[in-house]
Design a binder for this molecule. Structure first.
Ligand code: SF4
Length: 80
């Protein structure tokens, strides 16, 4: 059977510009699952725990960043 992935989009968050993206482990930890990098490899890399790539124009990847954050199993991706 084919794998089906469901991405839930919070349409209220579309339209705001993103200036910063970071890993927030104050409540939960990154599971190193690689999901964020699979959704948006231009911004995220997961050599161990998730890292946000430097010198990226987040505005060009807003939808993918929001999808990654909303689908992160531990909700540790934050953006502003
Ligand atoms: S999707 Fe979330 S838990 Fe998985 S690697 Fe990315 S930040 Fe970590």
């Amino acid at each position: 059977m084919d794998e089906v992935r469901l991405y839930i989009i919070n349409f209220k968050s579309i339209g705001m510009s993103i200036n910063d993206v970071w890993l927030d482990e104050s409540e939960n930890e990154c599971l190193c699952c690689g999901g964020c990098a699979a959704i948006c490899p231009q911004v995220f890399e997961v050599p161990g725990k998730m890292l946000v790539k430097e010198d990226v124009d987040f505005c060009q990847f807003e939808l993918a960043i929001k999808l990654a954050a909303e689908n992160c199993p531990t909700e540790v991706i934050k953006f502003d």
